[in-house]
Structure formats: C-alpha cells, structure tokens
Design a binder for this molecule. Structure first.
Ligand code: ZN
Length: 188
C-alpha cells in the first residue's frame, strides 16, 4: 500500500468514527440509537406540539419548506416524501429514511409529526445512524426550522444522556500525518 493510500485509509477511518454508515459497515451497531431516542422523548415532553400528528397536506407543506430551503440545498440531497399505508395505532414506526439516487423519507399518516420529518430528513443528509454527526446536524436543523431555544434544549437533552455533542476533530493534514507516521515507523 502506498503512503497516500495509507493516509486515505486513515482519513476514512477517522470520519467513520463519528458517522457510521448503515449497510456499508453493518458489523458496527448503531450503538447510540437507544440513548438518542430516549433523549428525544424527554425533549418532546417539553415541546409536545412538535410531536403532534399533522394532516398529509400540512406534512407535505412542511417537508417542502425544508427541502426547498437554502440550508437543504447546501447540505442536503434530493429527497422525496412517500406515504406508508395507514396502520393507525398498529403502526410499528412513524417514519424511516432510505438511501438512493433520490433519497426518500417514508411517513406513516397516523404518526407524522414535524419532529419525525426533521429527524428522518437529517438521516437523508447522509448521517444514517444516530452518531455524533447526525446529532449535530439534527440540532442545526431544529435551530433553523423550530428555533434557537428549541435547539439549545435538544442539545442539552443529548448531553444529559451522555451523548457527545462537540464538533469532531478533523483528521490530520497529510504533512502532519506523515510526520507522525514516520516517527512510528522509525520507533518500531
Ligand atoms: Zn433515526
């Protein structure tokens, strides 16, 4: 393996640390999912209006408001909304996100809230698990579309649940990495 390949592998490894990709690394469990969900439950008790089920029409309007925004154009990905069959109280989930050339958010008509839409759309930004980068972008989305107070409190709920929220460290630049690498090679 050439040095540059080794460097690229290092960068990929660093990035994976904070954003595990579903499927591609299926041996890595979505270990922070449970903690993330329970923090969100606590959060939504404070903002019950965000978890209220909307009409299909309102949901589509809200979905469009986000996907037509500048924030989405700069950071998101072409994403469509699909409706699941209405299972009422028997539904297993409120929504889910899927990768593809055009990504999709599938929503259950009886469990479709503003918060569900924000959560699933954040997955469609490319953060498929509930890792740190997902949470950081989720807070950014909440700040942009619900408000700063709402975002601050969500961040606090994650932290209270022991989930890290600080910006991940960038991987070393090639020069710095090479220096460190050579040092290690010479030591051994
Ligand atoms: Zn999720």
């Amino acid at each position: 393996m050439s040095t540059i390949d080794k460097y690229n592998a290092y960068v990929a490894r660093q990035r994976r640390k904070y954003n595990h990709q579903r499927g591609k690394h299926s041996h890595l469990r979505d270990s922070q999912q449970t903690k993330c969900y329970s923090a969100e439950w606590k959060y939504l008790e404070m903002y019950p209006e965000l978890k209220e089920c909307m009409s299909k029409e309102d949901a589509e309007k809200f979905f469009k408001r986000i996907t037509k925004s500048k924030m989405w154009k700069d950071n998101g990905w072409p994403t469509n909304l699909l409706w699941l069959k209405d299972m009422g109280d028997k539904r297993r989930l409120n929504g889910y996100a899927q990768d593809g050339l055009v990504r999709t958010v599938s929503l259950s008509p009886s469990g479709c809230s503003k918060y569900t839409i924000i959560h699933e759309l954040t997955h469609c930004m490319g953060y498929w698990n509930h890792d740190r980068l997902f949470r950081i972008w989720l807070v950014k989305m909440v700040s942009r579309f619900f408000g700063r107070e709402e975002a601050k409190f969500l961040k606090q709920c994650f932290k209270d649940n022991g989930l890290k929220m600080s910006k991940p460290r960038e991987p070393l630049a090639y020069g710095q990495w090479l220096e460190k690498y050579n040092r290690l090679v010479n030591e051994n």
